[in-house]
Design a protein around this ligand. Structure first.
Ligand code: PLP
Length: 428
């Protein structure tokens, strides 16, 4: 797409980052299934390796198909640059990598995707990093958790499970006052429902595996940089502000300005961690992202109808969906994600654990899987699957109590989704 008027979201989701293929005129973005790229001559090769010229060297670092997707996601989020990688969890490591170091910590919300809690509480310790989990509704507790070694604040815009919306403006205020970057996982909301950078986020991370691809075909992740953080101000981010020995003492922030984080993500992150997205995966995600707004509208519309129906069912104890008038997060929906509270929520059955197990075995249209954000309606009973290693108290704290089911409402006919839940409820 050439520089033109400032296009709307629906136009950008189809066009941003893409132009007819310069070699063939192909209108759809080709899958550049290649590992390496021929240098024009020795000088060209040297300039590329010195980061003096931008171009393609080797697909662990950059690939033209993947680059279109990175630019599209960055544009939809309102950022200056983006890096794609192999999964959402890879994106989280890639986002933290330039900021952290041995002894450093990230202050993270207690309300996070289960896999992220495991990654942050266990695996990152192997790098000497740690996470401090805090209730992000308690701003004083967030402030109190920040110490000299804190290098980032991390939360999700719409947190799963449990119908929770983070007050991004308030958390961004705390991060700004402490001179720290705010990283927001925007997977459950997508940039159609929420644009965290407009609420003060420094970096946005995604599992493109979910709604951005939307069809359940490939895993992927992305990191988008707002371009607004001053990486040199505090001396706390030497990877970005200080001379980089692997590039003859180049300083990323001084050299690349607002694109420092993006260039570092490619030139150091992808080069040395190798968590690269492959061009086939980028292709599937590009196919999906073209219809993101249309799918999200239907996801939200269906989620509201299903949640309202469940809330009045005699066998249902409660429904936690921020899109319901009964949710304590209504005011945040209006401010943070005014087009809707997403399509993930939990509901509890009065008859508890056994009824939930029976329920997941009784659904027909719903698929019982450990995934979310598919066009298909999905269900899982966290206490007997994803959260079964936790104690009951931990399950309750995570919004995954033994009586609780999590659904990801698809884009099928709402009447068919409700009919499937109705027949399954009749069997428990
Ligand atoms: C799925 C998910 C992740 C992890 O993404 P993968 O692509 O599975 O690695 C992280 N955050 C959220 C909110 C998710 O839903």
């Amino acid at each position: 797409m050439s520089e033109g008027p400032s296009y709307g979201f629906d136009t950008l989701q189809v066009h941003a980052g893409a132009r007819p293929d310069p070699a063939t005129g192909a209108r759809q973005t080709p899958i550049y299934q290649t590992t390496a790229y021929v240098f024009r001559d020795a000088d060209h090769a040297a300039a590329l390796f010195n980061l003096q010229e931008v171009g393609y060297i080797y697909s662990r670092l950059t690939n033209p198909t993947v680059a279109v997707l990175a630019e599209r996601i960055a544009t939809l989020e309102g950022g200056v640059g983006g890096v794609c990688c192999s999964s959402g969890h890879a994106a989280q490591i890639m986002a933290l990598f330039p900021l952290m170091g041995p002894g450093r910590n990230v202050v993270a919300s207690t309300r996070l995707y289960g896999g992220t809690i495991t990654q942050f509480s266990q695996t990152i310790r192997r790098f000497g990093w740690s996470a401090k989990f805090v209730d992000f509704d308690d701003l004083d507790a967030v402030k109190a958790a920040i110490d000299e070694d804190t290098r980032a604040i991390f939360c999700e815009a719409i947190a799963n499970p449990g119908g929770y919306i983070t007050d991004l403006d308030a958390i961004a205020g705390v991060a700004d006052a402490a001179g720290l970057p705010l990283i927001v996982d925007n997977t459950s909301a997508t940039p159609y429902l929420c644009r965290p950078i407009e609420h003060g986020a420094t970096l946005v991370v995604h599992s493109t595996t979910k709604y951005l691809t939307g069809n359940g075909t490939v895993t992927g992740g992305a990191i988008v940089d707002s371009g607004r953080f001053d990486w040199s101000a505090s001396g706390k981010f030497p990877s970005l502000s200080d001379p980089e020995p692997a590039y003859h003492g180049l300083k990323f922030h001084e050299t690349f300005g607002p694109l420092a984080f993006t260039f570092h993500g490619i030139a150091i992150g992808l080069r040395d961690l190798g968590m690269t997205m492959n061009p086939q995966a980028a292709h599937y995600t590009l196919m999906g992202i073209e219809t993101l707004s249309l799918r999200m509208q239907r996801h939200v519309e269906n989620a509201v109808r299903v949640a309202e129906w469940l809330e009045q069912h005699p066998k249902v104890a409660r429904v936690t969906y921020a899109g319901l008038p009964s949710s304590p997060y209504n005011d945040r929906v209006a401010r943070i994600c005014p087009k809707g509270a997403g399509a993930l929520f939990t509901f509890a059955l009065k008859d508890g654990y056994e009824a939930c197990v029976k329920f997941v075995d009784s659904v027909n249209l719903f698929s019982h899987v450990a995934n979310l954000g598919d066009t298909r309606s999905l269900i899982i009973h966290p206490a007997s699957t994803t959260h079964r290693q936790l104690s009951e108290a931990q399950q309750v704290a995570a919004g995954a109590a033994p009586d609780t089911l999590r659904v990801s409402i698809g884009i099928e006919d709402a009447a068919d989704i409700i009919a499937d839940l109705d027949q399954a409820l009749a069997r428990v």
